[in-house]
Design a protein around this ligand. Structure first.
Ligand SMILES: CC(=O)SCCNC(=O)CCNC(=O)[C@H](O)C(C)(C)COP(=O)(O)OP(=O)(O)OC[C@H]1O[C@@H](n2cnc3c(N)ncnc32)[C@H](O)[C@@H]1OP(=O)(O)O
Ligand SMILES: CC(C)C(=O)C(=O)O
Ligand SMILES: [Mg+2]
Length: 506
């Protein structure tokens, strides 16, 4: 198995994401975590860019023991010497010197001829090599560079001392097949190809950064570059965690090893997201919140029987706690019953059917049915089945700044339907008056409490009531998504008990 080196540039190219600005402490925190992750090289910054960047590169160079620390530098003597000052205390310092080689960049940005660029490559790579044990040279915008000229530049860079040659797809322009062929071309047209390690560096403008990186690896290169969570300039860089996991899961295909401790992936991703403020999309591969979540009944059933039916990556592999079977409207009985058992409910066949029906009704209205919902559901079911009356229908007419009216329909245990209407100062009072009329009660509401037991806009409401009449005091509760419905259920629960007690006492 060949070894693929991982060069992480979260702290340099990643920080080039619009709106991201890491302070030196935050960069140190990320650097420590990258070391734990096991990257071979970390690009700590661009030392000549600012005083703050210089300090960060120097601080990181002083603490990192198990990875090479690198700074970016333009092909300019002053940038190279500044990087040298920042990196001189590193255990394994490395310089990354770059210049653009595409006609577009040379003509419009650098305003240099090919000959001038070649001369600059020779002199700056040689200077870099006189200061650093390891020099990486990048031909910026390589994928839009004339291939013959690129081969010439690369040969000169290796001849002048470059140890690593990076062929960046700076603007995310290439595709897997073309990038693969470009490395093949260089292998065949750069005489000193074998004297350097070739590296890929991809951007995601066309959404192909990871695929392009994997194609480069297939073409035989030794180093891959990218960032955690794929953050970076414009659409970002290749996501290193995705590449590491792809190489691991498809080892049969890529036949390559890495030094990445996959278990550190989740922690690294979370830290980078928190400190940069770049939120990881839920559906992002490997580290998204939904990466190990199954919602549909058929998938959940498969995963419960054998996880590999729908999971090619086990969550534990990347430091994620466990997969998640999200209960929602696409879930089936297997997942529902599995969760019920997990929550400690031993339900009879009949209770199970009833609970599953209620769950499906709730799931139709709610994005995700949470554990609290399930407890509430069972609680509500229990309440509904230990009482003489059930709310069948509720209609409330609300008029602002006026008396409210409600029509309530109840069903008793024999299936008899009872209905009445009443008014009240508020909607709940109107409902309660209607229920009192139906049950022929003249009770006092001692306590009424409402609580949201689940989270979000579609949370379930839990209402508690206490009623008193003729020296008898009873309580009841009701659960529903709608507050008025939960209130009606809670009142009917208590009123049913009260009616029973008063009848027995007579
Ligand atoms: C593909 C990449 O990601 S490259 C890295 C990009 N990262 C950054 O630019 C972040 C840090 N950059 C900075 O802080 C600033 O741009 C600095 C400090 C580097 C330079 O700032 P300034 O001196 O004000 O120059 P400015 O950024 O406006 O322009 C860049 C200059 O560098 C030149 N240049 C660009 N790339 C290179 C290179 N690889 N080698 C030599 N010169 C270069 C440009 O031609 C331009 O030169 P000019 O001033 O003679 O026209
Ligand atoms: C500095 C270089 C390597 C770069 O980030 C790019 O070309 O994308
Ligand atoms: Mg880049």
């Amino acid at each position: 198995m060949r070894q693929i080196l991982f060069m992480d540039t979260t702290l340099r190219d990643g920080e080039q994401s619009a709106g991201v600005n890491l302070n030196p402490q935050e960069k140190l925190q990320i650097a420590r975590q990258l070391e734990r992750l096991g990257v071979n090289v970390m690009e700590a910054g661009f030392a000549a860019a600012s005083e703050g960047d210089f300090q960060s590169v120097r601080d990181i160079a002083r603490i990192v023991q198990n990875a090479s620390v690198m700074s970016l530098a333009r092909a300019k003597e002053s940038d190279i010497r500044t990087a040298y000052e920042a990196l001189k205390d590193a255990v394994a310092p490395r310089l990354h010197v770059f210049i653009a080689t595409s006609d577009i960049h040379m003509k419009h940005k650098l305003r240099m001829t090919r000959e001038e660029v070649l001369d600059t490559v020779r002199s700056t790579v040689a200077l870099s090599k006189s200061l650093f044990p390891v020099v990486q040279f990048s031909a910026e915008d390589a994928t839009r560079t004339d291939y013959a000229f690129l081969a010439q530049v690369v040969e000169e860079a290796i001849r002048c001392g470059a140890d690593v040659i990076n062929i960046p797809d700076t603007v995310g322009y290439t595709n897997p097949q073309e990038y693969y062929q470009l490395f093949q071309y260089l292998k065949n047209h750069v005489p000193s190809y074998d004297k350097a390690i070739f590296s890929c560096h991809c951007h995601d403008d066309l959404g192909m950064a990871v695929a392009n990186s994997l194609a480069a690896i297939e073409s035989g290169i030794g180093q891959v570059e990218g960032t955690i969570n794929g953050i970076g300039e414009r659409a970002g860089n290749a996501a290193l965690e995705e590449i590491a996991v792809a190489l691991h899961i498809r080892k049969d295909h890529y036949q390559a090893d890495t030094s990445i401790h996959l278990k550190e992936i989740k922690a690294t991703s979370a830290l980078v997201s928190r400190l940069t403020g770049m939120v990881v999309p839920k559906n992002k591969a490997v580290v998204g919140a939904n990466a190990f979540a199954h919602e549909s009944g058929i998938h959940q059933d498969g995963v419960l029987k054998e996880a590999s039916t729908y999971e090619i990556i086990s969550p534990e592999l990347v430091g994620e706690e466990a997969n998640k079977l999200v209960l929602g409207k696409h879930s089936g009985r297997h997942a529902f019953m599995d969760r019920m058992q997990e929550l400690g409910y031993q339900l009879s066949e009949e209770e199970r059917d009833r609970a599953f029906r209620s769950f499906k009704q709730l799931a139709d209205r709610k994005k995700e049915v949470t554990e609290e919902d399930l407890h509430a559901l069972i609680l509500g079911e229990a309440a509904a089945h230990d009482q003489p009356y059930e709310v069948k229908h509720l209609q409330v007419h609300f008029v602002s700044n006026s008396t409210q009216s409600a029509t309530v329909m109840l069903e008793d245990q024999d299936g008899k339907v009872l209905e009445d209407a009443a008014t009240g100062a508020g909607s709940i009072e109107a409902i309660y008056n209607a229920i009192q009329r139906i049950l022929d009660l003249d009770c006092e509401l001692i306590d009424y409490r409402i609580q949201s037991i689940t989270q979000g806009q579609d949370a379930l409401a839990h209402v508690h009531t206490e009623l008193q009449q003729g020296g008898k005091r009873v309580s009841g509760f009701g659960v529903a998504q709608d507050v008025l419905e939960a209130s009606a259920r809670a009142y009917v629960h208590a009123a049913g008990k009260l009616k029973r007690l008063l009848t027995v006492a007579r």
